[in-house]
Design a protein around this ligand. Structure first.
Ligand SMILES: [Zn+2]
Length: 186
């Protein structure tokens, strides 16, 4: 893989600049391993989000909630992990998707150099565009290692949300959060 070679060379430089001996046993394969890991952690770039949601038509139209979708991402400011859970709710107009597809959509947007706020928005926009639901809400709770391991060492979780359509109405939001609470009791 030609592109991995570039990453490997860059990682070798970083190891050297940190004052380490890149030739020693524990580090000599590190550039290759880091390149492979970075490819895997950013493989969302090579997937078209439109290809992920295979829409089905359906007349029923209650609120659909998918809770606790796990994700792992890399913050674009430090290239350090941030990770946590995504909760999605939508009220179909006439199109639905399998729950696993929502998890896959989250994966496609999380496996990139990302910002939590943008990822939240991209997931909401994608569902909004492809399903044209009556409303969609996306809530992301995450821990950022760039905050936990360095600087202020804050332990707090960051919460972001995006809402469209009828979720702008307080009652719909309440129903969504009520469903999240109910399902956590299962
Ligand atoms: Zn960061």
């Amino acid at each position: 893989m030609k592109k991995n070679r570039e990453i490997e060379a860059a990682v070798s430089s970083i190891i050297k600049a940190l004052g380490e001996n890149g030739e020693r046993e524990g580090l000599k394969d590190t550039p290759r391993r880091v390149a492979e890991a970075l490819r895997e952690l950013t493989e969302g770039y090579s997937v078209d989000p439109k290809s992920v949601l295979d829409v089905e038509f359906n007349e029923t139209s209650g609120m659909v909630v998918s809770k606790d979708i796990e994700f792992f991402s890399l913050c674009e400011h430090h290239m350090l992990p941030f990770f946590g859970k995504v909760h999605i709710g939508y009220v179909p107009r006439n199109k639905v998707v399998g729950i696993s597809k929502l998890a896959r959509l989250v994966e496609v947007f999380s496996k990139r150099l990302q910002l939590q706020e943008r990822m939240t928005k991209q997931v909401a926009d994608s569902i909004d565009k492809q399903l044209s639901p009556l409303g969609v809400i996306v809530v992301v709770e995450a821990e950022h290692l760039c905050m936990k391991m360095r600087g202020a060492k804050t332990d707090s979780k960051i919460l972001t949300s995006e809402l469209r359509g009828l979720f702008e109405d307080f009652k719909a939001r309440e129903e969504f959060f009520e469903l999240l609470r109910l399902r956590s009791g299962e």
